[in-house]
Write a protein that binds this ligand. Structure first.
Ligand SMILES: NC(=O)c1ccc[n+]([C@@H]2O[C@H](COP(=O)([O-])OP(=O)(O)OC[C@H]3O[C@@H](n4cnc5c(N)ncnc54)[C@H](OP(=O)(O)O)[C@@H]3O)[C@@H](O)[C@H]2O)c1
Length: 429
């Protein structure tokens, strides 16, 4: 069977159509939700990880049977940098295969009209021609550091193609370049280059540091796309594209790491020096997607790198300020005689992570090593899950000793949490 012809142009016409955006709290999923809402879509079905674990086949299928969405956009995935890929290869391949297999198959079985799968540029061979065209897929060995993730993503593209061929089902795939924007990950150890630079310049500015040292020569060329442009391309593709081959989604604009760093420095307003540590490795010299196929369909990116960076920095500062005032409010409100859990949103300037602090009489210093109070921790985590929190992988569990300013005999346990919902920042258990 060849590539089926589909009438895919009704995506934008019915704003009440039910759309499931999987992974709506992530960088990509949240941007897609913003875009759909701005266009007037009123029937979005959203489930956080804790409400629906997409690795659980039965739960996913039950969800689709009950909700019967008309359109599905899959932006949920286990993502991470080189370190995480190297440390958890089994998780990267297994979890991503499970998520996408469950969501693709249930979408098909429950009558989803159109499906979009998201992968990334890591699917391409390490030595692919530059700019990388779609047909470079499977033409050479992958970059070994992220091959587990890449293999899962390639399987996702192939699964969409297989269902399209066998069942004439309208499943398409988009492969974005490096993305940045609101809800990005600013974690000090495992963030991507752009938020990592922004964080370092911001910290240097706040601390009146004289210089910021960046690894390498600054000569490698990279491509970046604002996540709102990606969301725009996703909506465009849902409306206009119906084909077997995946689509590259990129800005088509290259920038040296040096120029990028200078731009971030300017946007953040750091006035010290930018120093290059040329003894450190540079990484791949160039990585650019060939976006001509998507551009040929009529889509164009709209947000310049400078404007995108300004918006991202403003957002991170706003988040930081918001969490600062949350913290003050809680400070006066946790003095009770009972065991109490306080979530202090410590985002400064770690904007996507929070810190949960559990105060309790029943903690003891061994918690730091053996998780001796695992019941307490488990209880806390389960309760938090109902509020949409999830434990940051490799969470820092640290018994910090006696609680200052709370109650004699109390100790506190610090748990790093991922992406807290700021609207429920304090509660008791
Ligand atoms: N960021 C980039 O630069 C970039 C570039 C190209 C392509 N992409 C692609 O875009 C997609 C989304 O990436 P992202 O950057 O938005 O990642 P992200 O910010 O980490 O978001 C991923 C989302 O998936 C959810 N999720 C993970 N495991 C789940 C599970 N088992 N069940 C339900 N939900 C689960 C996460 O929820 P929790 O946080 O609660 O676990 C999170 O909301 C990925 O396919 C990625 O390859 C990203």
């Amino acid at each position: 069977m060849g590539d089926p012809a589909h009438d895919s142009s009704d995506f934008l016409t019915d704003k009440s159509a039910k759309i499931f955006v999987a992974g709506h709290r992530g960088l990509v999923g949240s941007a897609i939700v913003r875009k759909l809402q701005s266009l007037g879509f009123s029937n979005l079905v959203l489930r956080s990880h804790s409400e629906l674990d997409l690795t659980r086949q039965f739960d996913v299928d039950s969800f689709f049977a009950a909700e019967k969405p008309r359109f599905v956009i899959l932006a949920a995935a286990k993502v991470g940098g080189i370190h995480a890929n190297n440390t958890y290869p089994a998780d990267f391949i297994a979890i991503n295969l499970q998520i996408q297999t469950n969501v693709i198959d249930s979408s098909f079985r429950h009558g989803v009209k159109k499906f979009l799968f998201l992968g990334s540029s890591c699917i391409y061979p390490k030595l692919a021609p530059q700019p990388i065209p779609e047909n470079a897929l499977l033409t050479g060995p992958l970059e070994p550091t992220n091959e587990w993730y890449a293999i899962a993503k390639i399987a996702g593209i192939k699964m969409c193609q297989a269902y399209r061929i066998q069942y004439s089902w309208d499943a398409i795939s988009g492969m974005p370049t490096n993305l940045y924007g609101r809800n990005d990950n600013f974690h000090p150890e495992n963030s991507h280059v752009l938020p990592a630079l922004m964080r370092r310049f911001h910290e240097a500015k706040v601390n009146n540091a004289k210089q910021v040292v960046v690894w390498g020569t600054g000569s490698p060329l990279r491509e970046f796309l604002h996540v709102d442009d990606l969301a725009d391309a996703v909506v465009f593709s849902m409306d206009k594209y119906s084909g077997l081959e995946h689509l590259n989604v990129g800005s088509g604009k290259e920038v040296t790491i040096k120029d990028l760093a200078e731009l971030v420095k300017e946007v953040v307003g750091f006035e010290g020096d930018l120093v290059w540590d040329t003894s450190k490795p540079d990484g791949t010299p160039r990585k650019l997607m060939d976006n001509s196929k998507l551009l040929g369909l009529g889509w164009t990116p709209k947000i310049s790198l400078k404007d995108g960076l300004v918006d991202t920095y403003k957002w991170s500062i706003a988040m930081s300020n918001k969490t600062q005032s949350n913290r003050k409010a809680q400070h006066t409100n946790y003095r009770t005689g009972e065991t109490k859990m306080i979530i202090r949103n410590v985002f400064e300037p770690e904007v996507t992570y929070g810190t949960l602090v559990i105060h309790s009489r029943s903690l003891n210093p061994q918690d730091a090593n053996g998780y001796k109070s695992s019941y307490l921790l488990l209880g806390a985590t389960l309760q938090l899950a109902t509020y949409g929190f999830s434990l940051f992988e490799g969470a820092q569990l640290k018994c910090e000793g006696k609680s200052p300013n709370v109650h004699p005999g109390y100790r506190y346990l610090v748990v790093r949490m991922k992406k807290p919902d700021l609207s429920c920042s304090s509660f008791e258990f």
